[in-house]
Design a protein around this ligand. Structure first.
Ligand code: 5GP
Ligand code: ZN
Length: 293
């Protein structure tokens, strides 16, 4: 077998922020999945596995482009019609036919796991809260690549679509629960009100409003020596998605909340704290990860 070297930690691929995940690291990701499933067992979440692409129209409707034009990865395709092998060489040369004829398509790379859920619930009237748990590979065109900042990473989310009161109560309870869970996992967690790295016009107003209304809480933990990163966030979007997608709850546009876990960052934090070999982690840590051993 070809020796890939240090096989328990993610392997670089030659481009920043994109890694291959070896078995030891993947075992930790699986433990995290079972840990989140145990946390979420008190509610009937419908579990959906989400593809790594989403309709461009959906993401535009959701306002993502105005907010984060720099982070969105778009899917382009060749729009020309090569008429034979002779044209292939100029096709793939920089500035050649293949580059010149790229056209934006109807898909973009998914930037967060919960967006497809809101589009799927479009035009529905909910008699009871919708509870969905999702996992997806997400992509963000990050400008930097410090430890824990990946461009391609997996996100696991618990999502509630309901009335304002239900969403706020739910998020507060889950935030407290997740903070307690991270403490059980031995992670030194801090919970901080945050804003999204909004780049569009009106940035300052948007970020200040987001902070003032406490729409986003981040749970931050150490990932490596001298590096603390957000490993999860608890978000309340008010009626933004309900209005955009025509979802109704309690006779008004539905409100939405989500709790998002960054699986790679969490795995890095646990490995940083307890070591690479998850089979030797303390029993109470393994118990907090769904009892799996
Ligand atoms: P948010 O939507 O709050 O920015 O992201 C939700 C979670 O996804 C974050 O708390 C974090 O755990 C994870 N995440 C966000 N950006 C990155 C990134 O660049 N790399 C990695 N590995 N995870 C990220
Ligand atoms: Zn979300």
């Amino acid at each position: 077998m070809v020796n890939l070297g240090e096989t328990d930690l993610p392997l670089g691929t030659g481009v920043p922020g994109v890694y291959l995940s070896p078995p030891g690291f993947e075992r930790v990701i699986d433990l995290l999945r079972s840990g989140v499933a145990a946390l979420a067992a008190d509610e009937p979440f419908q579990r959906l596995v989400i593809p790594p692409v989403i309709s461009r129209q959906t993401i535009e409707r959701a306002g993502y482009v105005q907010a984060f034009p720099n982070l969105l990865g778009t899917v382009h395709g060749y729009g020309g019609t090569p008429s034979g092998w002779a044209r292939l060489k100029p096709l793939v040369e920089e500035g050649g036919e293949w580059y010149a004829q790229q056209q934006i398509g109807d898909l973009v790379l998914l930037p967060a796991a919960c967006y497809p859920v809101y589009a799927t619930l479009a035009d529905r009237t909910l008699d009871e809260p919708a509870k969905v748990s999702v996992e997806a590979s997400c992509f963000r065109q990050e400008a930097t690549s410090e430890p824990g900042r990946l461009r391609s990473f997996r996100m696991l989310e618990l999502v509630t679509v309901a009335t304002d009161e239900d969403c706020l109560k739910w998020r507060a309870a889950r935030l407290e629960q997740v903070e307690g869970w991270f403490t059980e996992l031995g992670l030194a967690v801090s919970v901080e009100v945050a804003d999204d790295p909004f780049f569009g016009p009106g940035r300052k107003v948007y970020q200040a409003a987001q902070r003032m209304q406490e729409l986003k809480w981040e749970l931050r933990v150490p990932l490596a020596d001298g590096t603390v990163q957000a490993v999860a966030s608890a978000n309340y979007h008010k009626e933004h998605f309900g209005e955009t997608f025509g979802i109704t709850a309690g006779g008004a546009p539905a409100h939405t909340s989500c709790v998002a876990f960054g699986l790679e960052r969490l795995a890095m934090a646990l490995i940083n704290r307890h070591g690479k070999d998850s089979t030797r982690w303390p029993g109470d840590v393994l118990a907090a990860l769904g009892g799996a051993r």
